[in-house]
Design a protein around this ligand. Sequence first.
Ligand code: ADP
Ligand code: MG
Length: 349
Amino acid sequence: MLEDKNEGKTSISDLGEFGLIEHLTGHFKLYQNSSIKGVGDDAAVISGDSKQLNVVTTDLLVEGVHFDLGYMPLKHLGYKAVMVNLSDVYAMNAEAAQITVSIAVSNRFPVEALEELYAGIKTACDLYRIDLIGGDTTSSRSGLIISITALGRANKNELVYRSGAKESDLLVVSGDIGAAYLGLQVLERERQVFQVNPNAQPDLEPYSYLVERQLKPEARKDIVQLLKELKVKPTSMIDISDGLSSEIIHLCKASNVGCQLFEDKIPLDPQVISTCEEFNLDSTTIALSGGEDYELLFTIGIDDYPKIKGNPNLTVIGHMTQEKEGIHLVTRADTKIPIIARGWNSFPE
Ligand code: ADP
Ligand code: MG
């Protein structure tokens, strides 16, 4: 069956490891002045800058654990794998500049499949002006494993950590949340329908935003830029990969503060609201526990509020408090519920 599917396709062994690397990476451009040597030597070379600090972050994505090729096209996977890393760099209020990409891949993937993966990686690099400067390629017994490392830099006084929030700071989120998780639910449902009836034509139109948020998330480089333009330096920041509740808890724990989050302030897309109704899900629960939105969650001093007020990209959703007051959701009915981390756990018990 797999052999049939790969008929007419190029086997990785036809190119060999070095041929494959050249084939996949040869057409990438270098955008950054700091990239002195990219792919092709024993190590990449990046120029230093005495005024700036370097930022490094890595993510490992494993087939069947972090992604499912049943509904995730390889091109989207490549794009998303880059976004996940860039998002971590932007969450430091830094600029991303380079990535390395390491893959372990089984023979069941023809060269054409890896071309798709790298097409997605390249689209991301071109759009965000990121240089692919190296990586590693090896074989795997089963599935596909991708590890990406992103490098970035920022002036020392621009970096924002999770630990700087002060009581009375405002809690702000970019964009809207909950859509990526619902997108996954929609894709999962369509796949089950397809398994029962392969002729079923999925109508994803009513869920287009949700599916796009799941398959093609964007790292919020624009928000880092916007904050610079507005002359707002967040006191603490994190990206929303796991879900609002666990990210709020991270900020509070790192900063030794408490938080009040207001349910009626959480920004939701209309498709999130309508799909929650259809699936009989509570939209606040989805926003708190969903994950994969890759929005930025940050705190600002109250004096900076006039600078962000009314900006359609930014929503104040709460404020920080003394640590002893704890971390709470203030519901629409004005009751206070403790927030617990229900974000996605990669080691379920
Ligand atoms: P080494 O044996 O020294 O590890 P490799 O043959 O693995 O060297 O890599 C040769 C060059 O190709 C290096 O510049 C490396 O960073 C780059 N490279 C290897 N695999 C990948 C990949 N999957 N994506 C991008 N660059 C890669
Ligand atoms: Mg190597």
